[in-house]
Design a protein around this ligand. Structure first.
Ligand code: SF4
Length: 349
């Protein structure tokens, strides 16, 4: 077999690997060993699979290749946050972030190169859509960030957020498959409750998540509960209005019983008034929710500015007076453009 005709081994399921070994006169248990090397240990060459005989390794080398994502560049913020540029199989790049806290680390990862949705406050939206990531390209970001957290800071990766570049629900199958392996005993064995997928609000796909009865967390980048304002800053709202979202989230909640998180970036003099808070509170009465109020980080070529401290406090106080659960999130990694809405691949895509 030439290098070009060799198959990508990580596209094989455990059962398919079983069949391969049996049809080549090998014991079926080899497949489990290989699968563990590929996913649990994330090796990038067959020679690293030291519990296989030379003959078995040669069989694999003759038939397969292992594709893997590489770290192209990394940059550390004064607050310990590390932004990573990942090089994908075709040389395109996406960004991810490792956010450390005292005892644990969170990985923020990308699901698409660029994004088609064009939210006006977001750096990634300015790139347009380039392509979807494959499920193993998504997985590799997590595995590499986990390794980085252990090696650099002696921290265990405890949470994963799909909040980097791209709209995860428009790359549904690859995102779901990546989560399957992240949570699998043969992969990273992480609890689905430690994973959050964040969407700009694609109603049809939110219902699909309900039908698939997902166990991971769902966050919606809401940013305003006013339909006209949302049309202005998030063009996807024109096909997925606030009314559509209410219906989809109710459906999702009925199916999964999961509490949704709303992400709400506060923009000065745009969505930070008491009226805006009242509108958000009325919207939230439809289902059990948690609200993350997020500090905005200036992105070049956008008219938005960060809401001031007093407005933020009054906004939060109003929500809390309506018995809503609210967290105020300070952005991390601002000095390296690794904060929410700032990932935008300043390298070649
Ligand atoms: S905020 Fe999310 S959905 Fe909107 S353009 Fe940016 S990456 Fe895409």
């Amino acid at each position: 077999m030439t290098e070009e005709t060799k198959k990508d081994i990580r596209k094989y399921t455990l059962d398919e690997l079983n069949d391969f070994f049996i049809s080549n006169g090998e014991k079926a248990f080899r497949s489990k060993q290989v699968y563990e090397w590929l996913w649990k240990k994330s090796v990038t060459s067959f020679d690293e699979m030291t519990n296989l005989s030379k003959k078995t390794r040669s069989l694999l080398i003759d038939n397969f290749i292992i594709k893997s994502v590489k770290i192209k560049q990394q940059q550390k913020s004064y607050d310990g946050t590390i932004k990573i540029v990942f090089e994908l199989y075709d040389g395109k790049t996406v960004e991810g972030v490792m956010i450390p806290s005292e005892k644990r680390a969170t990985a923020c990862i990308s699901s698409q190169v660029g994004c088609a949705l064009g939210c006006t406050f977001c750096a990634t939206g300015k790139l347009g859509f380039i392509r979807n990531l494959e499920f193993d390209e998504i997985y590799d970001q997590v595995a590499l960030i986990s390794k980085l957290a252990t090696e650099e800071l002696d921290l265990k990766l405890s949470n994963i957020v799909y909040m980097g570049m791209g709209e995860p629900l428009l790359n549904y199958d690859n995102v779901m498959k990546s989560i399957d392996i992240i949570t699998s005993e043969n992969g990273l064995a992480m609890s689905p409750q430690r994973i959050t997928v964040s969407t700009a609000g694609i109603s049809k796909m939110i219902k699909q998540l309900g039908d698939d009865n997902i166990r991971f967390n769902l966050a919606i980048s809401l940013h305003t509960a006013n339909n006209n304002k949302r049309n202005e800053i998030m063009p996807i709202n024109k096909q997925n209005s606030i009314t559509d979202l209410i219906e989809a989230i109710k459906y999702f909640h009925e199916k999964t019983n999961n509490r949704i998180t709303f992400e709400y970036i506060l923009f000065k003099n745009y969505n930070d008034s008491i009226d805006d808070a009242n509108e958000l509170a009325a919207f939230c009465k439809n289902f059990p929710v948690k609200i993350n109020v997020i500090e905005y980080n200036k992105v070049v070529d956008t008219p938005f500015r960060r809401a001031d401290k007093l407005h933020t406090e009054e906004f939060v106080k109003l929500l809390e007076s309506k018995n809503l659960i609210v967290n105020v999130r300070k952005s991390r990694g601002k000095d390296i453009d690794a904060a929410c809405g700032q990932l935008a691949n300043k390298f070649s895509v």
